[in-house]
Design a protein around this ligand. Sequence first.
Ligand code: 13P
Length: 248
Amino acid sequence: MRRRLAAGNWKMNGTRANLDELRALVQAHPSPGCDVLICPPATLLERAARLCEGTAISCGGQDCHTEPKGAHTGDISAEMLVDAGAEYVILGHSERRADHGETDDMVDAKVQAAWRAGLVAIVCVGESEAQRDAGDTLKVVGAQLAGSLPEGADGDNVVVAYEPIWAIGTGRVPTLGEISEVHDFIRAELTDRFGPETADSIRLLYGGSMNPGNAAEIISVANVDGGLVGGASLKAADFGAIIDALSA
Ligand code: 13P
């Protein structure tokens, strides 16, 4: 059985003061009924990881470089994330694909770097509004999945997050039928490529305007194994309510 995962992506938000929210979250959820992950900005990662040490909450990075070290000003390697206390890393988020021109090939290489360091890679896929309107959603998601996931992916080293770009930070959420269609498709694509046993072990997260009000119905969709939460992960009360919904 896949254990559900509530993953918070703080994006470029948070200074030390925001760790009070994480502290409150940790205190309120000593033994959550799902896996819980917070991905703070790199500047807070070590502090966040210390705060979560010995608790049920894990920490992760939001990106990594492909190389373990070297002359890459401003970049952070997967090994450095591990050194700071990360267990996961988000890769290929649509904001990185858009802001930094990340291609599927680059994401694939970053996933391999994450594995080299012992991190679980959360690989993000998702269509733009124009692509959905053109009826290309499954084609786009299928191509991203094929191009971004290296051979050797399994439930212990990869999580896939479906995040329709038009739902991120907009308050617009796909219908449950739309979520279901894409998640079933992703499971089928994983089955084709990796076989049923491996495909069934890989957790599929939904991301895009998930909040305490819609988490319970979204998690009720087959093949949705958790959420990748942006804005609502910044407040302990909101993210805590999502954790509760995913734990039910
Ligand atoms: P929001 O929850 O703010 O829409 O962000 C989703 C997301 O991009 C998580 O990675």
